[in-house]
Write a protein that binds this ligand. Structure first.
Ligand code: PLP
Length: 495
């Protein structure tokens, strides 16, 4: 007996099957018509016009407008006015073009809608995701007691790593269990060292964790923007002399702007000498592990106590997809909670795995499927070739910038992010800051390139993040020509 709602949900009912096929075909048509066909990084209107169109939208009519008509509207209003992340000139941020294999996996994830908190909501998915984190722990060499969990992104992974560092320190050194007792009186003296180029989520985590941004001790970097380990050692000595408590070091494998990799073996030695927790933020650089050529640059990563690896960066997965790996699974006890309705202790006793027990999220997407499908379908070699190509392109781009008197290269790229600045004889640094500050918006409005803007050594620089292996030296030449053209015009406008 058909139900009045058969068309609305996936089921064996013939009406459901037909409705699903029609809906997916319509969605695919709109994607191919209004998005995949875009041949520029951005071709939409300015922010005010977009805000105006959205404000005029009727959200919930009494009777539905129909799926095909609604998807058609979304195609014209949203997809056409979206950043085309797969365009070879879309180079603003650490925002990767997603692989088609990941997109296919994404459609399975939403179709089956498993919730990763308890095994009874995600039986096979739970064990596949656990298999993925076990495999990753092996890939990064974290040892037999290692474990991990998928998270929403690098920010959450860093937050978790620092939370575990704080709680393990309090329990082991002060005999104080923060989960039960709140922060100990000594918490105001906790300090975490990271390089001055570490991602802002490290400071933000310390603030949210009740330690205050004061707990972040910024260690200077060397000329290659890597943590200066001797300076870090001096800092520890000074902190101890002041009666403060260094609890951890957060090293970065791939800083956001310059892609620099801190000297991991030396940082690990320093952490070991002082008994500090070592967190490594490899949100960006973790992908190098797949490349035979570049993986050795991650040597030392296997000594991390906690490790952030993002898949929505150099693993080319659709947002969101990240993981936090830990050397010793016992540290997850710091966040262990049991809810009668979800993950009662008897499940564990019966050998069932409820991933919520080591997660900060309750309902959680089955993001682990995306890297599994991608890695298995494409294989390591193919992904490594993409990463290698983008790093080689960054070297080419840097050489072209260095050779051009109208451009200034901030530093040799360590990964595939390149920092540059338009320059002109006779213009002051302040004037050039204003000029460079205007270039990204002009480039985006013209659809010629999407570059980011950042500060490097206090000055405004442009950033090309060359994640897309389809970007070629010819694209780079065209973008550099466009940067100079916009720079000259902006200079004239400001004169
Ligand atoms: C080095 C580093 N760590 C962490 C993050 C935060 O990652 P997410 O944006 O996935 O939260 C970023 C983001 O660019 C990053 O570059």
């Amino acid at each position: 007996m058909p139900s009045g709602f058969d068309r609305d949900f996936l089921s064996p009912a013939p009406l459901s099957r037909q409705a699903y096929e029609t809906a997916m075909a319509a969605a695919q048509r709109v994607i191919l018509r209004d998005y995949a066909s875009l041949d520029a990084c951005y071709g939409g209107p300015e922010a005010a016009e977009l805000a105006g169109s959205m404000a005029a939208l009727e959200i919930c009519p009494e009777d539905g407008a129909g799926l095909e008509a609604t998807l058609d509207l979304v195609g014209r209003l949203v997809l056409r006015n979206s950043v085309m992340v797969s365009d070879p000139t879309c180079l603003g941020h650490l925002h990767c073009p997603p692989l088609i294999a990941g997109l296919a996996a994404e459609s399975l994830i939403s179709a089956i809608n498993q919730s990763m908190d308890s095994w009874d909501q995600a039986p096979a998915a739970t064990y596949l995701e656990q298999r993925m984190t076990d495999w990753l722990c092996g890939l990064f060499g974290l040892g037999g007691a290692a474990d991990g969990i998928f998270t929403s992104g690098g920010t959450q992974s860093n937050f978790m790593g620092i939370l575990l560092a704080r709680d393990v320190y309090a329990e082991r050194r002060l005999g104080w269990r923060i989960q039960d007792q709140g922060l100990p009186p000594e918490a105001a003296s906790f300090r975490l060292l990271c390089s001055e180029d570490a991602h802002f989520s490290i400071r933000q985590s310390l603030a949210i964790l009740g330690l205050g941004e004061q707990a972040a001790v910024a260690v200077p970097t060397d000329p290659a923007r890597r943590m200066d380990v001797a300076a870090a050692e001096r800092s520890i000595t000074e902190l101890l002399a002041l009666g403060l408590r260094p609890i951890a070091i957060a090293a970065t494998a791939g800083t956001t702007d310059s892609g620099s990799i801190d000297p991991l073996p030396q940082v690990a030695d320093l952490a070991a000498r002082h008994g500090l927790w070592l967190h490594i933020d490899a949100a960006y650089g973790g992908g190098l592990v797949l490349s035979e050529r570049h993986a050795p640059r991650l040597d030392g990563i296997e000594r991390a106590d906690s490790l952030t690896v993002d898949f929505h960066k150099l693993f080319y997965q659709p947002i969101s997809c990240s993981t936090l790996l830990v050397r010793d699974r016992a540290c997850f006890d710091a966040i262990r909670l049991h809810a009668d309705y979800l993950n009662p202790p008897e499940n564990e006793a019966a050998g069932l795995l409820d991933l919520v027990t080591k997660s900060l999220q309750t309902t959680r997407r089955f993001d682990g499927l995306k890297p599994f499908v991608t890695l298995r379908a494409l294989g390591r070699r193919h992904l490594a070739a993409m990463i290698d190509a983008t790093i080689a392109l960054a070297v080419t781009a840097a050489l072209r910038i260095e050779a051009d008197p109208e451009l200034h290269l901030a530093c040799r790229p360590a990964l595939n992010a390149v920092l540059l600045r338009y320059r002109a004889d006779g213009a002051t640094d302040d004037r050039l800051d204003a000029v460079n500050g205007r270039i990204p918006a002009r480039l985006m409005a013209s659809g010629r390139a999407l570059l980011a803007k950042t500060r490097f050594d206090g000055r405004v620089f442009l950033k090309m993040t060359l994640l897309n292996p389809r970007t070629t030296p010819a694209h780079i030449d065209a973008i550099l020509a466009a940067v100079k053209e916009c720079g000259r015009t902006a200079l004239e406008d400001l004169a």
